[in-house]
Write a protein that binds this ligand. Structure first.
Ligand code: NOJ
Length: 809
């Protein structure tokens, strides 16, 4: 069973059945202006901040058949009234002859045929000019002339998205709409909460004369609001009521009479939804985007943006599902997580104070650094602004106000107010930027720490390098009785909240990984003193991890304040954790023998054919001493579910020890593109990774949720491109060291790096998993496997022959 197919030529996924198991969405625009559009045309749009400046009301919890945020109605005369239907299927749910939702790069295009009318709507936000455009083309497919009316509709929310739900008195008293008549019968319907009347207005307009409009939901639905979105009674009247709402539930509906359309004839209407300080300010661009050519050009610009973004890395492997994901969908998802962090999706509805996560965004940066390193640097800067002077980090922040907070730790009295891991991720993000862009001077840029004086000015600033050093220092000085780093409120696993004093093994290993980065950087900077210092810290932590955390067959995951391990044979539940095994390999702390044993234990104890579980067995009931993890039933999310973010770490670890077959098996078993033909079990979009899949302890094993905004995007992209295909930026050049299935004959990659194009062909005639026998650059054999930096804007051919390594021979 499937609901659509991949169209590689157009870089789209095409949904052919509107009744997908859950809403499948796509993102348009960026956090500056944009949001998501679902596959039946619903839209959640905001400007600058989903929590504080939301424009459309989209309630994910309503049934999928309901109106959400926006729709489009068409009608034609029938009997004494009108046949009204939505070409998006929802909310009228009429039978269709054709339904296609093209999930494109930054746009969604819905093409449908109902009652002899073909509607083709492209929905997108232009690259720079903030507005949601719906470019609507209507064709009469019948053999008779048809009179068709077109009625696009949006429903507004109060900009304070949470207040919309928590205050049903204040909100409706403040919401107002007014019409602004423009040239040639064109109209702009504006909407605002009273307090923003002079400063911030939403507008909805089109490029076709409007014969009437409605701005009040009750009147639109009819019969005091007892009409429905499926059958709005006002659309049975010749005209809408032209009512300018003074309060209540505000909508914008514009009625356009297209007149008689001849058989085969196509008409086009363009609508715009946006927000500006005033109508006057909005007018120049509104007029620009009423012009069809401007809209066509904006769409071409969007395509150019994506061409450029994706051109930085394109692959040709023997696996079509891997190609779908690596050439289009995975880097697109990385761009999406970079834009929205965990702030706006069907599952993370962007209400209240969540904002952007320090840990999440640091990891998201690593997913886009190949494609848009400059934007990565900007995000790193933002993140450093919420670093504390002691080296720790605030947990999350609001991107508009830059006000940060300590996350869920605030809700638990007496709990530590920091997360053990947050501050360390940024070290990895910074070195990823430096290696990609080569801009070592960034280390000297001065960025203030978060703490402010009474006047609101930062108390202290430090260079980027100083920020990195303090991150290391914080972990070094905040250790527990075994000398292992303190957990704080939680580490990467937000849901295990142990009593203060507990120690975390993922933090220990992340610290180890961050130290490796510091050592490599210091070596590059020829700072021998730092190399020695950091190497000593590294060895010290390596010793402690191996002394206190080895459990015989695998590493434990935490030590409680009284020294009791979690993730150990001695536990009856939560005996083994995936992160407990992958990270000692990634940090290099595990000895070869222990690495092999630990990874084998993952394969035996944690792997399922649908992904690797986070831990096993699941906790069987709520236990306040462990915290949030025990609020989930066994098999769900962090409690023994397949929490996908952790899978790429195991893949990376497997490539480090040279297991190309197993790494690829793990990669393929979670590839959503490969699930396209059995999607009924998985349910989520086959073109993006979800955050979680129910594990085998749950009766609905295989069911995915929380698609799009997950650290899986960045890490699976890194795992596939840098570790399986092995194309890894370094300070000295582009290293090529693949770890692939032995049966592959090879693969090709085009990679843009430091202003040159590397056209790489890897040949695997000896059918090994790992090992580079020789590398030729532009026909000349080079020593080692790091291809030099050219920076000459030219294309260079790189031929890599896999086999037994030269040094080993
Ligand atoms: C989701 C959070 O966004 C992420 O930061 C965290 O690591 C995972 N949950 C695991 O708990």
């Amino acid at each position: 069973m499937n609901y659509g197919y991949f169209d590689d030529q157009n870089r789209e996924y095409v949904i052919t059945n509107p009744k997908a198991p859950v809403k499948w969405i796509n993102y348009v625009g960026t956090l500056a202006f944009g949001g998501f559009v679902d596959h039946t045309g619903g839209a959640l749009i905001c400007k600058g901040d989903p929590a504080l400046n939301r424009i459309t009301k989209y309630i994910p919890q309503l049934p999928d058949s309901d109106f959400k945020g926006a729709t489009l109605y068409l009608r034609f005369k029938q009997g004494n009234g009108y046949k009204v239907f939505s070409p998006y299927s929802v909310p009228t749910l009429d039978p269709y002859d054709l339904y296609e939702c093209h999930v494109g790069l930054g746009y969604t295009r819905i093409v449908s045929e109902f009652y002899g009318i073909r509607t083709d709507v492209t929905i997108f936000v232009p690259v720079r000019d903030s507005r949601l455009i719906r470019d609507i083309k209507i064709t009469n497919l019948s053999d008779q002339p048809m009179e068709i009316d077109v009625i696009p509709v949006v429903e507004y929310t109060h900009p304070d998205a949470l207040k919309q739900f928590t205050n049903a008195d204040w909100v409706p008293q403040t919401m107002q709409s007014r019409v602004y008549g423009d040239e040639k019968g064109l109209k702009i319907l504006i909407q605002y909460p009273f307090m923003y009347r002079e400063t911030r207005i939403n507008y909805f307009t089109s490029n076709h004369p409007v014969s009437s409009f409605e701005s009040d939901r009750k009147r639109f639905l009819g019969e005091s609001g007892y009409g429905s979105w499926a059958n709005p009674l006002s659309l049975q009247e010749a005209e809408l009521s032209n009512y300018e709402a003074l309060r209540g539930d505000n909508i914008a509906a514009l009625l356009h009479h297209l007149g008689e359309i001849q058989p085969g004839e196509t008409r086009r209407i363009i609508t715009q939804l946006g927000q500006e300080e005033s109508v006057e300010k909005a007018l120049p661009l509104i007029r620009k985007y009423r012009d069809e050519e401007s809209v066509d050009e904006a769409l071409r610009n969007l395509a150019r943006f994506w061409d450029d973004y994706l051109s930085k890395m394109q692959v040709e492997t023997p696996d079509p599902s891997m190609n779908h994901m690596l050439n289009v969908h995975n880097p697109r998802q990385c761009y999406t997580t970079k834009n929205w962090s965990r702030y706006l999706s069907l599952y993370q509805p962007g209400l209240g104070a969540r904002g952007m996560g320090f840990r999440d965004t640091s990891q998201d940066v690593m997913g886009i650094i190949t494609h848009i390193p400059e934007e990565g640097k900007d995000l790193i800067r933002k993140l450093l602004h919420i670093r504390k002077r002691d080296g720790s980090a605030m947990h999350q922040f609001n991107p508009l106000t830059m006000v940060a907070n300590e996350g869920d730790s605030r809700e638990v009295e007496g709990a530590p107010r920091y997360y053990g891991d947050d501050h360390l991720w940024i070290v990895l993000a910074i070195t990823a930027y430096l290696k990609e862009a080569g801009e070592i001077a960034f280390l000297d840029e001065v960025i203030p720490y978060y703490e402010k004086d009474e006047a609101g000015n930062p108390i202290e600033s430090g260079t980027v390098h100083d920020h990195m050093e303090r991150a290391i220092k914080f972990t070094r000085h905040n250790v527990g009785t075994h000398g292992l780093p303190l957990l704080g409120f939680a580490d990467w696993n937000d849901t295990v909240n142990l009593k203060p004093g507990a120690e975390s093994l993922i933090v220990a290993n992340l610290y180890g990984r961050a130290l490796l980065e510091m050592i490599e950087l210091a070596r590059y900077l020829e700072d021998t003193e730092s190399v020695e210092g950091y190497t000593a810290y590294y060895e010290e932590m390596k010793r402690r991890v191996n002394e206190h955390a080895w459990d015989g067959e695998w590493y434990v995951r935490y030590l409680d304040v009284d020294g009791t391990p979690l993730g150990s044979r001695s536990n009856t539940e939560g005996q083994i954790y995936a992160n407990g095994q992958s990270w000692p390999v990634i940090s290099g702390f595990a000895t070869p023998e222990r690495a092999a044993k630990a990874l084998d234990s993952v394969y035996r104890r944690l792997n399922t054919r649908k992904g690797i579980r986070l831990s096993t067995p699941g906790y069987k009931g709520f236990d306040p001493r462990k915290g949030g993890v025990t609020t989930y039933p066994p098999g769900a999310k962090e409690n023994g579910g397949i929490f996908l973010h952790t899978n790429p770490w195991v893949i990376i670890a497997e490539t480090i020890v040279g297991h190309g077959e197993r790494a690829f098996e793990y990669y393929s078993q979670i590839n959503p593109a490969a699930k396209n033909d059995r999607i009924n079990e998985f349910e989520c979009e086959p073109y993006v990774y979800p955050q979680n899949i129910l594990g085998d302890e749950h009766p609905q094993f295989g069911l995915a949720r929380n698609s799009w905004l997950t650290g899986t995007a960045s890490w699976i992209y890194q795992a596939a491109t840098q570790y399986i295909l092995g194309i890894m930026p370094t300070y000295e050049g582009l290293q090529i060291d693949p770890c692939i299935p032995g049966k592959w004959d090879g693969f090709k990659v085009t990679r843009v790096f430091r202003d040159a194009v590397y056209q790489i062909e890897v040949k695997n005639r000896d059918h090994v998993c790992k090992g580079v026998k020789s590398v030729k650059v532009d026909g000349q054999e080079i020593k080692g496997k790091i291809v030099p930096i050219f920076g000459d804007g030219k294309t260079h051919r790189v031929e890599v022959i896999m086999g037994e390594e030269v040094e080993k021979r």
